[in-house]
Design a binder for this molecule. Structure first.
Ligand code: FE
Length: 214
């Protein structure tokens, strides 16, 4: 079975003082690990046993135990990569241009991201997604994920309390501010953008390749 807990892309203390070792150890080692383990248990001896995590998320029915576990496993693996030590600040590259086109300025983008992440009632996620040719900020409750839509996830922040409570208690907005100022991995957002562009080019090329074979 290919479902494993991916290692964190940095050391447990690498995001301090913004996210503590204690938070990462519990969040990755217990919460994320439990979602992976639950997914493995639920697909064991089923047709999805050898499917990839992406396939399981896309093919399971929303809000079922399998969807919740698999989507949370996928969302967390994605979230770790959205941060890096010494990250944050101004976006660069293609994403920076699309943010400027859509929101007008970096501060307008930040304000809307803070609002989306801060206003998510209860548990969930805020995302920067590619929607067609423009970027959008959305939020999703519980385990829901843009992976099941036509939108392409570029960046996310986990706003379940387990992501910030040990470090910030009820101050979710301080956690979101630290994420934007010190942690965001814009290289990862640009990487996701370039993958999406390549996929679109491949899709567009496919019909003509088929017609050539006829
Ligand atoms: Fe989480």
């Amino acid at each position: 079975m290919s479902l494993i807990l991916p290692p964190l892309p940095y050391a447990l203390d690498a995001l301090e003082p913004h996210i503590s070792r204690r938070t990462l150890a519990a969040h990755h080692g217990h919460h994320h690990a439990a979602y992976v383990e639950k997914t493995r248990a639920l697909v064991r001896n089923t047709p999805l046993e050898s499917a990839s995590l992406d396939e399981i998320v896309r093919s399971s029915t929303q809000a079922t135990p399998l969807f919740n576990a698999a989507a949370q496993a996928w969302n967390h693996a994605f979230y770790w990569q959205c941060m890096r030590p010494g990250g944050g600040g101004e976006a660069q590259g293609t994403v920076a241009k699309l943010i400027k086109d859509q929101f007008g300025s970096r501060s307008a983008f930040s304000q809307q991201f803070v609002t989306a992440a801060g206003d998510q009632f209860g548990s969930g996620w805020a995302w920067l997604v590619l929607d067609g040719s423009r970027v959008r900020i959305i939020n999703t409750p519980n385990a829901e994920t843009p992976l099941t839509t036509t939108q392409v996830p570029l960046l996310t922040i986990d706003v379940w309390e387990h992501a910030y409570y040990l470090d910030y208690q009820h101050r979710r907005l301080d956690y979101i501010a630290a994420f934007l100022t010190h942690l965001v991995n814009w290289d990862f957002a640009n990487h996701n953008m370039s993958l999406a562009t390549k996929t679109d080019v491949a899709r567009e090329a496919e019909p003509s390749a088929r017609s050539l074979r006829r």
